[in-house]
Design a protein around this ligand. Sequence first.
Ligand code: 5GP
Length: 197
Amino acid sequence: MVVSAPSGAGKTSICREIMRQFPNIRFSVSSTTRPPRPGEVDGKDYEFISPEEFQERRARGEFFEWVEKFGQYYGTSKKAMDAFLSQGYDLILDIESRGAKAVRAQFPRGIFIFILPPSLGELKSRLYVRGESAEIMEYRLQSSLDEIREALWYDYIILNEKLEEAVDRFRAVYVAERSCRERFTERIEAFFNEGSS
Ligand code: 5GP
């Protein structure tokens, strides 16, 4: 599952709660050159690495996708992704829309979810709560609006008015997708294979 949202949409809280409820869903920990924010844990929220290391890894082709955003680099590690998927876990990739498009090119059957704040007014007030300068706020608002434009090509939109309801909607998407007929082809065939042996 690829989850994108503008900043201030509440994506992190929703993803955390979903992973608490479904232990078979793991988080794809990205590598980034941006410094950790208070409370962020290296190896859990991100793998915090230097710009030099990022470039080296990128040159070695270790990233499934990577982007530069707000002057920092972010990338999804191929190895970490493969390790989880080969063990049968479902994965959440918390990445922005350019990265999401790159993932869709290789995983068209992935589930692409966009988390939307309820309104422009609410988005503004959520961004302003963070207490940054007016200039940075304006920049963040514009970046959020640019990101929201991309929502149109995602499979599902989750409106985050109240955290609990947004989590319910996310859960509904996940459970329905898990029950999708195409994911059961082998299981259905197995009934007949056993029957004939
Ligand atoms: P933040 O610095 O606020 O944690 O993240 C900034 C943006 O980068 C968010 O939209 C987040 O989803 C996105 N992001 C985080 N990791 C990756 C990644 O590995 N690839 C891409 N494409 N975007 C990422």
